[in-house]
Structure formats: C-alpha cells, structure tokens
Design a protein around this ligand. Sequence first.
Ligand SMILES: [Fe+2]
Length: 233
Amino acid sequence: MTTFVRQLFDAESSTFTYLLGDRAAGVAALIDPVREQVERDLTLVAQLGLRLTHVFDTHVHADHVTGAGELRARVGARTHASAIGAPCVDVPLHDGDVVTVGAIALTTLATPGHTDDGITLAMAGAVFTGDTLLVRGCGRSDFQNGDAGALYDSVTTRLFALPDATIVYPGHDYRGHTASTIGEERAHNPRLAGRSRDEFIALMANLALPPPRKLAEAVPANRACGQPIVQGA
Ligand SMILES: [Fe+2]
C-alpha cells in the first residue's frame, strides 16, 4: 500500500487538516489546511519526499483562515473547493466530480447545511466530512447560509447511506475524538440518531451558540483563499 492518510491538528481552532499521500507517485494533497500551520505542513510533505499538488477546502470556514492561497503561492498546488464557495479556487467542484491524487480518487459529495457550499470528499473506505458531520456532533447551521433541514438531509441521505465501516474524518473536534465510522454515528450521534427532520431543526434552532471568534476575519479571507485582506484598501 503506497497511499496513506495523516491527520494533523491546529489547537487554536481545533481544526483537523488531512495529508493524503501516494508514496509511489510522489504526490500529496492537503484537505482543510490552516494558514498558521502552512510551515508545519510543507515541512512534513518535504520530509516525506512528496510534492504537494492538490489543496482542498470542504467549505468557506468561519473559524480559521485557510492555508490554500499560501500553499498555492509557495509550491504551486492547485486549490479545490465547491463551485458555489470561494471564487478564488483553481478547480471549482460539483457533486460527483472525481479528483485523483496519485492512486487516491476523491469524489465530491455536495453536503450543504452547515454552509451552503459544504462538500464531503469521499475516498475508498473513508470520508472527509468537514463540518457536516463531526464525531458525535455536527456543524452549526445558523450563519453563512446554513440550513438545518439541508444539513439533516445531507447527513441522513448522503453520508448515512454509506457502508457502516466507512471511516469518518471530521473537520474539527473539541472533545478529544479523532475519527469515527458511519455506523457509529448513525447509531450514536446525539444530534441525529433517532431524530426526525423536524426534531433536528428544532434542536439546531435552540443551540444559542456564540459567534465564532474569527467570523468577521475568516469568511472574507477565505473567499480570497486565505490571502490577507488589507483593511481600508
Ligand atoms: Fe465550518
């Protein structure tokens, strides 16, 4: 097996970044890189003897600034995200699109709800769910065109339709989990298991969460692939 997945963590925003590599082909991809961790990520890619060719964002994040633009500028990686998300990406993705990184094939699943541009990237045996599905949780749906009903539909009709053993690699974790499976989440996710669509919508409407700390900075920056926004310019 020459392909691998490596999970990386940004402690400030509790964000998981995923490095996908194919040693035989000598190429790598990053999913949801964090701008402050670009040096760490490039060092790791170099130490593994790989070339970073692809960067993906699962959505326009509100809690951290993407490293995509800087990675593109530094090493020429092509940036990928939903066609209805950040307009700065090189490759706008649509539902069903398949992108290959060496021997790894990543299929785009449109999974709106946390944000309208949310995608899940599916490879053989695993899904990178962004904030659509977290371990025993899910992303909020109260800003950035979020929609609790759409989130319920995305999780229950797209993700929970996958085989039980499919590994769930989430976009964040706040309680120390790292990964899960579709079967586990279908049975034990407290927001979704056994809940009707209407019950889920009511639950999400009553979360009363504070706004993300970086909302004002991160959303405009991420629509520009993480390039710095010059205030007043
Ligand atoms: Fe998010």
